[in-house]
Design a protein around this ligand. Structure first.
Ligand code: FES
Length: 108
């Protein structure tokens, strides 16, 4: 059965020593609102975007010490690393808006 309103989730790791993950999550929320993408229209059906902070995603080896946070986008199965608050605008516009993976932050 197909669900009527799909949800895209942006999970932001907050396991860093500073509060960068929380700041990244806040920046995502602000950008989604600013760019009018809280609700997406994909293939004619509505979709919502939710930003959620979470414990360590265990996706990176360095972001506990580094300057950014890891971000997972579900169900797209795309993971970004070293994400700083200033990067939220690009990820929202390019990934969530235009549907392109942002290669410069991609974790492989
Ligand atoms: S510190 Fe959690 S994924 Fe890097």
């Amino acid at each position: 059965m197909k669900s009527a309103a799909a949800v895209t989730r942006v999970f932001v790791c907050t396991a860093q020593k500073d509060d960068v993950g929380k700041d990244v999550a806040k920046a995502f929320k602000i950008e989604l609102k600013k760019q009018g993408l809280k609700k997406l229209l994909t293939g004619g059906s509505g979709s919502k975007v939710r930003v959620q902070t979470c414990n360590c995603l265990d996706l990176c080896k360095h972001c506990k010490k580094g300057p950014g946070a890891a971000v997972a986008i579900y169900p797209d199965n795309v993971y970004y690393g070293d994400v700083k608050p200033k990067d939220a605008a690009d990820i929202v516009r390019e990934h969530l808006g235009d549907g392109h993976v942002l290669k410069r932050l991609l974790l492989e």
